[in-house]
Design a protein around this ligand. Structure first.
Ligand code: NDP
Length: 234
């Protein structure tokens, strides 16, 4: 009957592709959203990852619906791009709060049940930008690089209990986030990608599917790039 899975920000984009893929594998999949409601066929719980109380309530709802979360995919994330000279402290901390501290909040809430179950899978959605850097994305790159340290520390803390913590680092994926880029920037980015195209969300989902599986039990603290060669393994 599969595992109990929670994907944050699974109402659209990459998160939705991950949720649909894992549901198709026979898992019980829930997603968080911030008011859009759940897509057809998925259980939804409303939560903003910047709010620990909302996260706690969402986990409780998911637990009642499908049992304790065994696979957590921390996917929710935002960008707020501008060059350092123009970036306000609020712009910096807001992005880090959603992308990095948000992942800490959901991981912490999920960890107690995984410890009890002596089994768990954490998958954090980072970005090639976390390793390569990107002009105008100091806040975003810092948050995405931070996820690697978070995940590896978690692997060291919980690895002996059959719990793995890994990172998927996508390159550029066709979603609302990249649709917001201007045409000139898209052309510039494409020139740096050996595969010469952006990824489809399903290609990120396939990597998450592997890391969430029983077969990936000995993959821990890894960073799996899915970037068309843009980072060359980082
Ligand atoms: P989208 O902008 O399409 O979707 C972002 C998702 O995150 C939405 O579900 C959104 O919810 C949710 N979200 C944002 N902020 C919060 C918050 N504070 N609390 C809860 N949920 C929140 O992005 P993508 O699907 O493209 O990106 C998904 C992840 O993949 C992100 O972490 C992103 O950084 C990462 N990524 C994306 C790449 C790309 O090229 N697209 C490349 C590399 C990494 P809502 O619908 O309510 O806004």
């Amino acid at each position: 009957m599969g595992r109990s899975v929670l994907v944050t920000g699974g109402n659209r984009g990459i998160g939705l592709a991950i949720a649909r893929d894992l549901a198709a594998q026979g898992h019980r999949v829930a997603i968080t959203h911030r008011g859009s409601g759940a897509p057809e066929g998925l259980f939804g719980a409303q939560a903003d990852v910047t709010d620990a109380e909302q996260i706690d309530a969402a986990f409780t709802a998911v637990e009642e619906h499908q049992g304790p979360v065994e696979v957590l995919v921390a996917n929710a994330g935002i960008t707020d791009d501008t060059l350092l000279m123009r970036m306000s402290e609020d712009q910096f901390t807001r992005v880090v709060d959603a992308n990095l501290t948000g992942a800490y909040r959901v991981a912490k809430r999920a960890s107690r049940n995984m410890l009890r179950a002596k089994w768990g899978r954490f998958v954090f959605i980072s970005s090639v930008v976390g390793m390569l850097g990107s002009p105008g994305q100091i806040n975003y790159a810092a948050s995405k690089a931070g996820l690697i340290g978070l995940s590896r520390s978690l692997a060291r803390e919980l690895g002996s209990r059959n719990i793995t913590a890994n990172v998927v680092a996508p390159g550029f994926v066709s979603t609302d986030m990249t649709d917001a880029l201007g045409e000139a920037r898209r052309t510039e980015l494409l020139a740096q990608i050996p595969s010469a195209r952006f990824a489809e969300p399903a290609e990120i989902a396939a990597a998450v599917r592997y890391l969430a599986s029983d077969e990936a039990g000995y993959v821990n603290g890894a960073v799996l790039p899915v970037d068309g060669g843009a980072g060359m393994g980082h």
